[in-house]
Each structure stands twice: as C-alpha cells, then as structure tokens.
Design a protein around this ligand. Structure first.
Ligand code: HAM
Length: 425
C-alpha cells in the first residue's frame, strides 16, 4: 500500500527546487547588500511564545497552530511564522547589548493548519527579514526599499506594494473604540465571524473577504484619519523618503494584517494571477514586541515573503541559474569505465558540471539518456578512444561529431578551451 504525503504538505521536486534555490541565492545577495545577516531559528518553540506575540484572538493562534504536548508535558508548537522566534532569539542572546541595530534574515518552513487551496498550504516556506533597534522612519523606508529590491532581483512583475499605518498605543485605542461603535451599528449586516470580531478583534472587520462585510466597509472609520501627531509625522516621512527613491506603494486603509504585534507602518505585496491567496508577502513595524517577550524596549520592523507563491508568480519563466551538466561522459564497454570515471572526476574537481552514464549499455541508449540531461557536449569513451588516447566529442546543438578531439589528460581549463574552440569551428 502506498503512503501519500499529508494534506497541505507537499514535495518540491528538482524542476521546481531549482527555482527555490535561485530565489534564495538572489535573496542572499540582496540581503548582504543591505548588511543583513542570516539567523537560523528552530522550527519548534514553546506555545506561549506565539500566543503572546501573534495574539490570542488571531486566526493563527485560535485555529491554525500545530500544538502538542512534549513527553514532559511542555506545550510546543511548530512555528507558524518567523518573527516571534527571531525576537525570542534576540532577547535570549541579549543581542541588544552587543549591537545597536540587528539586521537579520531567515529562510525556512512555517506551519499553519489552514484549509489547503491554491497558494495555501499547511507547510509553506518564507524568506524573512527583521530589523531591530531603530524606530525612525528611515528604517521603515529602507526596509521597504529592501523589499522592492528583492522583488526586482526575483524579476517579479506586476506586484503591488500596499501600505497603511496602524497607529500606536496612543492613538489606536480611540480608533478601536470608533470601530467597535461602527461594528455594533452594522451588526446585522456582518458575517458570523465579524460579529465575534466586533468586541474581540475589531481591526479585522476591515479585511473580511465576505461580500456583505466588504460592501459596507467604506463606511467604517479609517485608522489614517485617527493617527496621533507622531504617527502622522512618521508615516508622512516614510512615504516622503520612498517617493524620493521612486517607490510609491498604494495606500490601502483597510489592510490590517493577521498578526496582532503590528503598529504604525504595515504593508503587503499583492500579485495578480494567484486567485484568492494573492499576498506574496507582508510585514510591518512591531515596536512593543521585544519588550512583550521579556526584552528591552527596542523597536522592530520586518517582513516575510512566501516562497511557494513567489514560485507560482514566476511560473515557467526561466530563472537563469544553470545547474544542468555541461558535459555528459559516455563510457562504451566495460573497459572504458575507469577512464570515464577518471576524466569526469578531474573535470568536476576543476569546476565543470559533468554527468557520467553507466558503462555496459549500447551507445544508442546512452545517447538518448545524454540528450535528456540537456548538455551541449557529449564525450564518448569507446574502444577506439581508449586505443588512441583521445576522446570523441559530439556537439548536440550542432549535431556534429569531432572524432578523438580531446586528449585524455586534459585539465578542466583545457577542456573548456577545447570545447569553446570546437563550438566556434
Ligand atoms: P504573513 O503575512 O502571515 O506575515 O505571512 C507572510 C507571507 O507568507 C504571506 O504573504 C504569504 O505569501 C505566505 N504565507 C502565509 N501563509 C501561507 C500559507 N498557508 N500557504 C502559503 N503561503 C503562506 C508573517 O508571517 C510575518 N511574520 C511577517 C513579518 C516579518 N512581519 C514582520 N516581520
């Protein structure tokens, strides 16, 4: 009997994983330009870390966490996101005492028990960044520019960055009250979930996808009209700095994010062609979080991109990375095996991507195999070649043979030069 993968958990096979790899390589390069450094955080954390950071009344904590009791009774959870873990590590290792600003990035799987659908999985992967130790608007602007640069490096086209401000502990309570009042006044028109949200998590009234709720949303009060003077000035400065760099995210006063730790600047990246799950990334400022998790009063801002959704947006579009073999070596007959292994080993050690077929099959069937690898050159090691001390090259693109064109002692460099000569000939 076959054992299938668990619903919402999927395999990434080589044709797709190459795209992941390219995304990660490019992301690393951009992160390093911004002087972010990698942090590797565990996949399992104590459950209360997420309860305290993401928020008890969020969908994630209420319904979506993979939580279990360890053998000693400790409640543990598979991380549903990375920010809480990064902040936990930041506090645990007292990074604030060692550096004024910490800029950290991470890659890895996250787990949320959502209803699986296109673009929504129970295990998905994020590319994330967190900047701790700065509360000035320039930090927000730089974080958003980092996000724009990542999208450009991935060659994502047609994605829209949406921006909002969620206020702070000074101005949000009054806004929250205004929303509750509005929610109560429209109680009959709200969906069941939103009726619960009115008192528990009224901000989430704004991004409900139910048609009835969306239809009356325009009449709801907006955070942007309730910002205190400091939040207003901060938001204006963020936008001004971005505008100077030619980045103009679209204001979306109804975007509230699904995690409770945010304040002030919040943003999402929305892509077309993905259907309902169209957010390829999201983030924002979380100034109270480090303190809430037992650390000093240090501000933070960050974001995460969903790798599966990025890969879907990129679709079949070629990502330049070439990991196909450059050369396939075909040993024809058992006697050729040792020489094939030796030349391949020498060339690989010198940096050439080489595949070796197994000896003992007909040249024809080996050729068919070689073709599948997509290499331009096939090097044949047969009896004639063994006797003559030189190898035959077949140029698969030009469909041409070059009998005994390569000496058996060629180094990787000499091989490259010889192949370049042959392709020019
Ligand atoms: P988030 O908006 O919950 O933010 O997730 C970020 C991205 O992860 C989403 O935009 C989406 O692309 C992807 N994602 C989320 N859930 C799923 C799913 N079930 N299946 C596939 N992809 C998914 C956070 O996680 C915050 N920690 C971001 C952040 C970092 N804020 C500040 N710093």
């Amino acid at each position: 009997m076959k054992i299938p993968a668990v619903k919402g958990f999927r395999d990434v096979l080589p044709d797709e994983s190459i795209r992941w790899w390219v995304l990660e390589e490019r992301a690393r390069a951009v992160f390093h330009r911004y002087n972010f450094r990698e942090v590797r955080i565990p996949i399992v954390e104590r459950t209360d870390l997420f309860q305290r950071s993401i928020g008890e009344t969020t969908d994630i904590v209420e319904k979506e966490m993979y939580t279990f009791a360890d053998k000693d009774g400790t409640m543990l959870t598979l991380r549903p996101e990375g920010t809480a873990s990064v902040v936990r590590a930041y506090v645990e290792h007292a990074l604030a005492q060692h550096e004024r600003v910490s800029k950290l990035y991470y890659f890895g799987p996250m787990f949320r028990r959502e209803r699986p659908q296109k673009g929504r999985l129970r295990q998905f992967s994020q590319i994330g960044a967190e900047l701790l130790g700065r509360d000035d608007a320039a930090a927000d602007a730089e974080t958003l520019l980092l996000l724009y640069d990542l999208l450009a490096a991935f060659a994502i086209e047609g994605a829209e960055v949406q921006l909002n401000s969620l206020g702070c502990h000074t101005c949000r309570p009054a806004y929250r009250e205004a929303l509750v009042t509005w929610g109560r006044a429209h109680f009959d028109e709200l969906c069941d979930d939103c009726r619960r949200r009115v008192d528990q998590n009224p901000l989430r009234l704004l991004d409900c996808k139910q048609p009835g709720c969306a239809a009356i949303r325009d009449s709801a009060p907006r955070m942007l009209d309730h910002l205190c003077a400091e939040c207003q000035a901060h938001f204006a400065r963020v936008r001004e700095l971005l505008r100077r760099e030619g980045a103009e995210p679209r204001l979306n006063p109804y975007m509230v994010r699904g995690l409770d730790y945010y304040c002030r600047t919040a943003f999402e990246v929305v892509a077309s062609g993905l259907g309902a799950q169209n957010a390829i990334g999201g983030g924002g400022r979380y100034d109270g979080l480090v303190r809430a998790l037992g650390g000093p009063d240090v501000a933070g801002i960050g974001f995460a991109l969903g790798v599966e959704r990025l890969v879907m947006v990129l679709g079949e579009r070629a990502l330049e990375a070439d990991v196909r073999p450059e050369v396939v070596v075909l040993p024809v007959g058992e006697a050729a095996e040792a020489l094939a292994v030796a030349v391949a080993h020498r060339w690989r050690t010198g940096g050439v991507r080489v595949e070796v077929e197994s000896a003992g099959r007909s040249l024809k069937s080996q050729m068919r195999q070689a073709d599948k690898h997509g290499a331009r050159f096939v090097v044949i090691v047969g009896e004639d070649e063994l006797a003559g001390g030189a190898l035959t090259v077949r140029d698969m693109d030009a469909r041409r043979d070059h009998p005994r064109a390569l000496g058996v002692h060629l180094t990787a460099e000499e091989l490259r030069a010889a192949l370049a000569r042959l392709s020019a000939a």
